[in-house]
Design a protein around this ligand. Structure first.
Ligand code: GUN
Ligand code: ZN
Length: 427
């Protein structure tokens, strides 16, 4: 079945150039983009397709969140004196409850609805160390037909008993989960050694062996987020040149690996990430909230690092890509770097997808790509309406959305072409 939507259209052309077509047509067939472009050009050849007119709205690619923890939904807004006390006081106790599959399923449903409400249609997600929490997440994502990547957090030391893995059985669980879920519908598996202080070298080597055995899977972990965490990692792995080097020695620095935070790296670390094809997930609201530090955009750009933006909820303070893009802008400003609104948008859509090898599927709305898109309302609030109406360039218009927008600016969200019912629809 074909369906057409007539509205403004935000899309990337010529690789990374963001353009806005004021009066566009997006034609969807069997969940994929069949055609997209100026309405005047496309209408004659799609005259027979049922068309939904969305006057005053703009269709844009669904956002891609490169790092978020679904079991931390209820941890959001928990302040602490930095990462390690925050993990101990709030986060790990909250995760311990996910041994109960009913709790895991209930939270997964609210979490995915919250992503969609905010226009995020693809994410790289951490589950807890309970294998059942992964099944619960994938079952819930499959029911919504989403493109999601997720995995079981691996932790076989330095964590509460309720979360601690047995090394061998944790790896067997991963293999079972890969076979059950990786490549099913639009789901992908990410081997997820949580962070080096909570993983033995044997567990990390086992994860790397699985990444070798199942080449399509992803790897995700945390690195160089917080100074106390880094000191701990160095004490545990004195032979490593740096915290990042712990992962490289374990065989985990590789294409399709995603390293969250990457704040306190040095230039050699950055060069190693580029050489190995690894990507960074940049989490500015989390880094500010936990006081972890400022991602060095200038150094990342100089090194040519692949990176995308991420919420890192519950360390992060919002599911909204607008909040994350604004925080990235502000963090970059503090180091003298100007990120354009187009660049911010790219890093939360096509650029994020490209960093993890998903850019043929999501992150843009080109023919053949999956039709996951948001319908933006640039008049969602009085101030947003006022500011967007006087914007004289695309950059000004995008900045207005980034600075003033939130979930209210997401008037609709479509997954494989079909409109999702959002909480704001039933208010
Ligand atoms: N490092 C290890 N675990 C976590 C986590 O859950 N959140 C963040 N922000 N950093 C971590
Ligand atoms: Zn995280």
């Amino acid at each position: 079945m074909n369906a057409a939507y007539r509205a403004g259209l935000l899309r990337f052309t010529d690789g990374d150039r963001l353009e806005h077509i004021d009066d566009a047509l997006l034609v969807v067939q069997d969940g994929r983009v069949l055609d997209a472009g100026p309405a005047a050009d496309l209408l004659p050849r799609h005259a027979h397709v049922p068309c939904t007119a969305l006057a005053g709205r703009t269709i844009a690619p669904g956002f891609v969140d490169l790092h978020v923890h679904y079991p931390q939904l209820d941890v959001i807004a928990s302040p602490a004196e930095g990462l390690l006390p925050w993990l101990e006081r709030y986060t790990l106790p909250a995760e311990a409850r996910f041994g109960d599959p009913a709790h895991a399923r209930a939270v997964a449903a609210v979490f995915l609805d919250e992503l969609l409400r905010n226009g995020v249609t693809t994410a790289m997600v951490y589950c807890t160390s309970h294998a059942d929490s992964v099944d619960a997440f994938f079952e819930t994502a499959a029911a919504r037909r989403l493109r999601m990547v997720a995995g079981k957090s691996l932790m076989d030391r330095h964590c509460p008993d309720a979360l601690r893995d047995d090394t061998e059985s944790s790896l067997a669980d991963c293999e079972r989960l890969i076979r059950r879920w990786h490549g099913v519908d639009r789901l992908g598996y990410a081997l997820t050694p949580r962070y080096a202080p909570a993983c033995t070298p044997r567990q990390m080597a086992g994860a790397a062996a699985l990444a070798d055995a199942y080449p399509g899977v992803w790897v995700q972990t945390h690195v160089a987020e917080n100074r106390d965490e880094i000191a701990w990692a160095r004490a545990l792995f004195p032979q490593a040149r740096s915290y990042l080097d712990v992962y490289e020695r374990a065989g985990l620095l590789r294409p399709r690996s995603v390293y969250a935070h990457c704040i306190h790296l040095d230039d050699e670390d950055r060069a190693r990430m580029v050489a190995c094809g690894a990507a960074a997930a940049v989490c500015p609201t989390s880094n500010l909230f936990l006081g972890s530090g400022l991602f060095d955009f200038a150094a990342a750009h100089a090194a040519g690092m692949a990176y995308g933006l991420a919420s890192d909820v519950g360390g992060g303070t919002s599911f909204s890509p607008f909040r994350t893009m604004l925080a990235a802008y502000e963090v970059a400003r503090l180091s003298g770097v100007n990120l354009s609104p187009e660049a911010l948008w790219f890093r939360h859509t096509l650029g994020a997808a490209r960093a993890v090898g998903l850019d043929a599927q999501v992150g843009n709305l080109a023919p053949g790509m999956e039709a996951d898109f948001v319908v933006l309302d640039p008049r969602a609030t009085p101030l947003l309406a006022r500011r967007t109406s006087i914007a004289s360039t695309l950059a000004e218009w995008l900045f207005a959305l980034i600075v003033l927008g939130d979930d209210r600016a997401v008037a609709g969200c479509h997954v494989l072409g079909d409109r999702v019912t959002l909480a704001q629809d039933v208010r």
